[in-house]
Design a binder for this molecule. Structure first.
Ligand code: SF4
Ligand code: FES
Length: 235
């Protein structure tokens, strides 16, 4: 067992005049996750602490938070990797805090929804819509996205430009722009051909650095830009 000292962001807009940090001490096995420590704090020390979690296995994307300055999933952060005097937990930046570590992701999801993240194709064929392995390869990275929002929260452009759609939404756009069975290519490209869309990305690469699924998010955005030049500007 090791002893860990947590400093956790607390803010209840209903009751507090402003945010503050609260300190907790937890005993944990080196192989446990930061999420396990949070659960222990909530169950054994302070039931008022709020955070999101569901699967606890890096699948649902709900427990994204800032851990010692880096946005990541608490269920993938292992205790033995945090041999430091203090572990600081904060909500994802660039989002409105609803309570403690819980942020309002509605605008994030609405931005993604506005890009129609689903297959749009003509009348269904008699059997299945076929896709070759080579065509499938073009979208296999984007398919791994679990919508944890760590990329958008880490993007310096998202911090300063409220209207910028953000890396996660652009990744989802790329998933359908490069989808061989979709027939909305030009409309999809036009939708992200703006400074609030693909051109808002200035290659900070923070999204790529933090993505828990190892998706090359910045590269996907750059591929959209190249596709815009090719298909909309004939360059
Ligand atoms: Fe999370 Fe990666 Fe998807 Fe961004 S691209 S929402 S960091 S899984
Ligand atoms: Fe589901 Fe961490 S709790 S990804």
């Amino acid at each position: 067992m090791v002893e860990l000292h947590f400093k956790i962001f607390r803010f209840d807009p209903q009751a507090d005049s402003g945010p503050h940090f609260k300190h907790y001490t937890v005993q944990a096995e080196p192989e446990e996750r930061i999420l396990d420590c949070l659960t222990r704090i909530k169950w054994e020390q302070d039931g008022t602490l709020s955070y999101r979690m569901s699967c606890a296995h890096g699948v649902c994307g709900s427990d994204g938070m800032k851990i010692n300055g880096t946005c990541r999933l608490a269920c993938q952060a292992i205790v033995k990797d945090y041999q430091c005097p203090e572990i600081v937990l904060e909500p994802l930046p660039a989002f409105r805090v609803l309570k403690d570590l819980v942020v309002d992701i509605d605008p994030f999801l609405e931005g993604i929804q506005s890009l129609r993240p689903y297959l749009i194709a003509g009348a269904p064929p008699e059997k299945e819509r076929k896709q070759s392995p080579e065509e499938g390869k073009k979208v296999e990275e984007a398919i791994r996205c679990i919508l944890c929002a760590c990329c958008t929260a880490s993007c310096p452009v998202s911090w300063i430009r409220e209207k910028y759609i953000g890396p996660a939404a652009l990744l989802l756009a790329s998933r359908y722009i490069f989808e061989s069975r979709d027939d909305q290519l030009l409309e999809r490209l036009k939708q992200v051909d703006s400074s609030d869309g693909a051109w808002g990305c200035v290659n900070h690469f923070e999204c790529t650095r933090v993505c828990p699924k190892g998706i090359p998010v910045t590269k996907s955005i750059n591929l959209i830009k190249r596709q815009i030049e090719k298909k909309l500007r004939n360059q």
